[in-house]
Design a binder for this molecule. Structure first.
Ligand code: SIN
Ligand code: CO
Length: 424
């Protein structure tokens, strides 16, 4: 086995959104490592940005909106229990770990870490999982189907990893543990360090002291996943006549168990002649990629606001997506949480890219008469004699109104909220 790989970041060349790629530029990382080979990144994040205390992380295991799993090992005897948990072992008891899924939806520091990965498409990011382990704790040697950045929060963890073609798993274990693990690399991660692993690299992390690991996990749909989603939608949206199989003048049979040839032919013909139209596929893929996590939930704001109150607050604070919201767009549509929201426009693209819109950005994109209506100021582009508005401003108003209505609707559902309330 190769000894611990040393990476020193004496002259950092690249820093994106607070992520320190050290001597490797982000462009180099994407060209040479992403989806290809692991990379150890010392001081990848400021340790202060992932320093939520272990006890307060553990308290999330009591919540039923957080999917949690407790894993224990004693002499190769593994056990796994699903949360929520009223009580957990003490961190002084060795060899256990708890995995807390989707923490970016519940913990500001985890959401901020996820936002730092804005140089990668949001459609590829899954969630931030946080594990808390007592000394000796871990989930055993395994491999994941997806890219992952394993960021060390508190304490130290020793990682071993390597590429192997033997992907057989042990049988009768509550976890998918590799039958044979042949690591080629090893390193002890300190707070702020990170190990990037591409899909299907074998790895094992063992806590050297009570510690937390923040895993920024990615997702990549498989053909089966997308087709399952799409074909279900397609079946519901097949329009026009809905012929049903008929067998008038049916002959008497002695083989009642046999599928009638005509019935089989009819079903085959329906299946083989089904061709989906491109717009249907495009709409389905946007819905699929913006579908929120299964246990994500949105709550309407406690205090309801009128449209006018909402707009004036939005102009003061800006708008932000709820951490659980997924928003994506292409050239024709914008989707939010599995629904088409509107046609793309600079404002919505900005919201989807940055996940927030600053109050000033919102002001700039709003038609003048709408902002002035709020402040009772005279509208510059309005001619009081002809009572007509400048044609460009008028067009802007007509275009903005439906967008404004849908954004307000999203606010009422809780998928969009005011920005500064959470982040400034
Ligand atoms: C852990 O945090 O213990 C497990 C993360 C992983 O191996 O993907
Ligand atoms: Co893993």
């Amino acid at each position: 086995m190769t000894s611990t790989k040393k990476v020193t970041n004496r002259r950092p060349k690249n820093n994106v959104g607070g992520l320190n790629f050290g001597p490797t530029s982000v462009a180099e990382f994407l060209a040479q490592f992403w989806q290809q080979k692991p990379l150890l990144l010392r001081r990848f994040v400021d340790p202060g940005s992932v320093n939520t205390g272990l006890e307060s992380l553990l308290s999330f295991a009591q919540q039923d909106d957080i999917s949690s799993r407790l894993i224990r090992v004693r002499k190769q005897d593994w056990s796994m229990q699903e949360g929520p948990f009223d009580a957990l072992p003490s961190l002084r008891t060795k060899q256990w770990t708890i995995l807390l899924q989707g923490m970016d939806r519940s913990l500001d520091q985890a959401y901020a870490l996820r936002l730092a990965f804005g140089f990668l498409p949001h459609a590829r990011i899954d969630d931030v999982m946080i594990s808390v382990a007592s000394a000796g704790g871990g989930v055993g040697a395994h491999l994941d189907e997806y890219d992952v950045f394993l960021v060390q929060g508190h304490g130290q963890r020793r990682w071993r990893w390597g590429y192997q073609s033997d992907h057989r798993f042990q049988t009768n274990k509550p976890l998918k543990l590799l039958e044979r693990f042949e690591p080629q690399f090893e390193a002890v991660l300190e707070p702020g360090d990170c190990l990037y692993l591409p899909p299907r690299w074998a790895h094992e992390g063992v806590a050297l002291s009570p510690c937390s690991t923040w895993s920024v996990g990615f997702r990549a749909p498989s053909r089966q996943e997308f087709l399952q989603y799409f074909l279900l939608e397609a079946a519901e949206s097949v329009s026009g006549a809905n012929p049903r199989y008929q067998d008038m003048r049916l002959a008497k049979t002695k083989q009642a168990g046999r599928i009638p040839i005509a019935l089989a032919e009819q079903l085959k013909q329906w299946a083989m002649s089904f061709r989906s139209e491109q717009p249907l596929v495009e709409q389905a893929l946007g819905r699929f990629l913006s579908e929120p996590a299964a246990n994500a939930w949105f709550e309407s704001p406690a205090k309801s606001l009128s449209k006018r109150q909402w707009l004036s607050k939005a102009l003061a604070f800006g708008l932000a997506l709820h951490p659980a919201s997924r928003m994506v767009y292409d050239n024709k549509s914008v989707w939010l949480n599995g629904e088409i929201l509107a046609r793309p426009c600079p404002l919505l693209r900005q919201l989807a890219d940055q996940r927030y819109i600053h109050a000033n950005q919102l002001k700039k994109s709003l038609p003048e008469n709408m902002t002035n209506a709020l402040s009772n100021a005279p509208t510059k582009h309005f001619d009081p004699v002809t009572k007509r508005q400048d044609a460009r401003e008028c067009k802007k108003t007509v275009e903005f109104q439906p967008l404004f209505d849908s954004l307000f609707g999203c606010y009422q559902q809780g998928s969009i909220r005011f920005w500064s309330e959470k982040h400034s």
